[in-house]
Ligand binder design. Structure first.
Ligand code: B12
Length: 302
């Protein structure tokens, strides 16, 4: 079953797959509580709600035994130098939540059909970003890579340009024994030095209040920092990372077929009606910020 699941996930387009037993991440939990206590979660209320669930999967699925960890490469090159209206790479094509959720459901169905008949959907939790789960901590356990000073999970083959997802199940599986890839940031501090708002206020620590990604996507009011031409998300701490010399162009069609693309035009965006916006960005992550916020971010751009 271990091999069959991994083969099936690869066929669906996942680039990394590893199956590990459930674990409570006590150390990472400390970092999470500390991060919340310092106010670094800003207005991300979902991060403050019962944080203990994030380090202990059995709080969401009591009989949880195994975690199938998955990663998907989404990297694409930005051609030419654009100074304004930049969109973070993760949002150029179709929303990864939609793309990945479909595939997670297919894997769940595959497992149900290929097991002894006792499993139902209730024996699974499918997580991808929105789940109450420390995804990066599990990705390290799965052997995908290490956590960099920019807090990103950095892999050997794709750098940090991967989305993470997990399937938690009550099914006991044969587990992988990931090899430690012995990678680290060493003495490099390029990400911290390059973050224009100093959101990376120490190694392994992001203050969401200052992070351009939070400011341009999640923050309810207007941006209060110079977003350096970024209108939706920010990739600076990944672009400067030397480990990302290993980035490879994604082969996922849904990401290659652009909806928003690498940048938005200020005039076109600011003259759009709400209906035009919803029609153009249906299925795109851009919808999360909403038209009002995008217009506002353009207006506040230096
Ligand atoms: C909240 C959140 C945000 C917030 C806060 C970011 C943050 N660093 O916490 C905001 C809105 C700012 C954000 C931005 C982005 N995000 Co985000 N985000 C999340 C979310 C939902 C939770 C992260 C979390 O738990 N934060 C709490 C802190 C405490 O945890 P952490 O940063 O992961 O830190 C871990 C380690 O650093 C470690 N740690 C902490 N201190 C120390 C100290 C030492 C010494 C050591 C060794 C370790 C260590 O402990 C923590 C737990 O393992 C996850 C999805 C998920 N469910 O996990 C996606 C996720 C982390 N985001 C993701 C992405 C893609 C982004 C952006 C790149 C998007 C963009 N281009 O704009 C940026 C990157 C900014 C950055 N450098 O983090 C991906 C990252 C994939 C990867 N390769 O790592 C995730 C995993 C979503 C996904 N499913 O793919 N995000």
């Amino acid at each position: 079953m271990n091999k069959a699941i991994k083969n099936f996930a690869k066929l669906l387009g996942f680039h990394l797959v590893s199956i590990v037993p459930v674990k409570v991440f006590k150390n990472d939990e400390k970092y999470l509580y500390d991060w919340i206590d310092k106010g670094f979660a800003a207005d991300l209320e979902y991060m403050k709600k019962d944080p203990g669930r994030r380090s202990d999967p059995s709080k969401s699925l009591p009989e949880a035994k195994s975690v199938i960890c998955l990663a998907m490469n989404y990297y694409q090159d930005r051609e030419g130098k654009v100074e304004s209206g930049k969109v973070a790479r993760y949002a150029w094509g179709k929303d990864y939540h939609i793309v990945i959720e479909k595939k997670l459901k297919k894997i769940r169905q595959f497992i149900i059909e290929n097991s002894d008949g006792s499993l139902t959907k209730k024996d699974f939790k499918l997580y991808n970003d929105a789940g109450p789960f420390l995804e990066r901590a599990y990705a390290v356990k799965a052997g995908f890579g290490f956590i960099g000073k920019n807090t990103m999970l950095i892999t050997k083959d794709y750098g940090s340009w991967v989305f993470l997802a997990e399937i938690i199940t009550t099914l006991e599986l044969k587990y992988d024994d990931p090899v430690d890839q012995k990678m680290s940031c060493g003495t490099c501090t390029k990400c911290m030095d390059s973050c224009p708002t100093k959101a990376l206020n120490g190694a392994y620590s992001v203050d969401a209040n200052k992070c351009i990604s939070y400011q341009t996507i999640e923050k309810k009011g207007a941006v209060s920092v110079d977003t350096k031409g970024n209108v939706f998300g920010c990739d600076i701490c990944q672009e400067v990372c030397p480990h990302n010399c290993r980035a490879k162009k994604t082969d996922v069609e849904e990401f290659l077929n652009h909806i928003a693309g690498p940048n938005l035009d200020a005039d076109k965006t600011c003259s759009m009606s709400e209906d035009e916006f919803l029609a153009k960005y249906s299925g795109s992550p851009i919808k999360r910020a909403g038209l009002k916020k995008l217009k506002n971010t353009f207006e506040n751009m230096v």
